[in-house]
Design a protein around this ligand. Structure first.
Ligand code: HSE
Length: 297
């Protein structure tokens, strides 16, 4: 018995929501094949598309899968094959896709004893291995789809958020690699009250805008006073890309997860496509190799 799944890439943070907001991309993701096996435990038998360790305790899919089977006794085991399409260090949740895919697939083969919400805590164990921190803002949208908010971590409280019909996201991935662990290490653990006030105003504004289909409010809320100023300098062309996106009618633009990918949110596919074309032009002119994706949110 086996299952083949598509495990989606995700955009975390969405400017104002560091570690709490995320959304699922439906046009880029990994493929995973998970098989029941007579031998107990988890085995990663093959990974194509990336040079990643097969050892269970060194692999995010392995760690997440193990956390799940440790919580649910079975007299059989699982073999996992991963076809990586999402590049490591791209900022669109490569490790989250592996972790979320592993627990999602195993749960299906077990007859779905766990809900999507319950699977998040196991997938987070894989994220901890990849970034040194159990953040759920990529695994939650990968498992639940759409837009998600991590209202709290202790205890974990994840809410799936409605989003308007015509909301599209673009992602441009410039081909440099930024490690999430390093991009977290450069952050300042102390923030100014003035910035905190502006930031939580924006998180509230963004969620309200998503629920009421108020695209202007969504746009006004897509500003990050805390993380983006520290990380954006590691991303070639970021300032120009953001400015160009907004000048061309994007609702907002920012760093996808810990970068280097840059996301924009747009009203309508037509606007998303034209913003995406403008950004492509910048990177072509600057001779920086890249990939782009457009998804409906
Ligand atoms: N919220 C995390 C970070 C996402 O920005 O470090 C990493 O993909």
């Amino acid at each position: 018995e086996s299952i083949r799944i598509f495990s989606p890439a995700t955009v975390a943070n969405l400017s104002c929501g560091f570690d709490v907001l995320g959304l699922c991309l439906d046009t880029i993701g990994d493929e995973m094949i998970i098989r029941k096996s007579d031998k107990k435990g988890i085995r990663i038998i093959k990974i194509t598309g990336a040079d990643l360790p097969l050892e269970i305790d060194k692999n995010v899919a392995g760690v997440a899968a193990l956390a799940l089977v440790n919580a649910y006794e079975t007299d059989f085991g699982f073999e996992i094959e991963i076809r990586k399409k999402i590049k490591a260090g791209s900022g669109i949740g490569s490790s989250a896709a592996s972790a979320a895919g592993a627990v999602f697939g195993i749960n299906k083969l077990l007859g779905e004893p766990f809900s999507g919400h319950e699977l998040i805590q196991y997938a987070m164990k894989g994220e901890a291995l990849a970034s040194g921190n159990e953040h759920a803002d990529n695994v939650a949208p990968a498992l639940l789809g759409g837009f998600t908010l991590v209202r709290g971590y202790d205890p974990l409280d994840v809410i799936k958020i409605k989003s308007p019909e015509e909301l599209y996201v673009t992602v441009l991935h410039p081909h440099i690699e930024l490690k999430t662990s390093e991009m977290r290490a450069i952050l300042n653990p102390e923030i100014k009250l003035k910035n905190a006030i502006r930031q939580w105003g924006n998180v509230g504004g963004l969620v309200a805008g998503l629920y009421t289909s108020d695209y202007d409010l969504i746009g006004r809320s897509l500003t990050d006073y805390i993380v983006e100023p520290l990380r954006s300098k590691f991303i070639p062309g970021f300032d120009q890309a953001k400015k160009t996106a907004i000048e061309n009618g994007a609702l907002g633009a920012g760093i996808s997860g810990s970068g280097p990918s840059i996301f924009t949110l747009n009203k309508g596919l037509k606007n998303a496509t034209s913003v995406n074309d403008q950004l492509k032009e910048i990177y072509q002119k600057n001779n920086i190799p890249f990939e782009t994706y457009i998804s409906k949110v």
